[in-house]
Design a protein around this ligand. Structure first.
Ligand SMILES: [Zn+2]
Length: 88
């Protein structure tokens, strides 16, 4: 079901924890999944058993800001507290 394309077409979806309700939801404040946005959302749900569109607190808004980006994620950046999930 999850299909990945060629290396040069790799897309990364970033999930930024918005601290809705005043706290971080998972172990990492930024989670990057190597997949287009819709696939990444499904992967996120299956791994974390959590809907990234969930709104913990109405005044704070959604739990995550979700952003698709074709920028490669550098190892340096991964080391900075970012959880990186890829097929490989
Ligand atoms: Zn709030």
């Amino acid at each position: 079901m999850l299909k990945y394309t060629y290396a040069q077409d790799k897309v990364f979806t970033h999930f930024y924890d918005m601290h809705s309700g005043g706290y971080q939801k998972l172990s990492h404040a930024v989670i990057v999944i190597e997949a287009p946005k819709q696939e990444a959302i499904e992967i996120f749900k299956s791994i974390f058993k959590r809907d990234p569109h969930n709104i913990t607190c109405d005044c704070c808004g959604a739990d995550y800001a979700i952003d698709e980006d074709d920028t490669r994620v550098s190892k340096h950046w991964i080391g900075g507290g970012v959880l990186f999930i890829s097929e490989e």
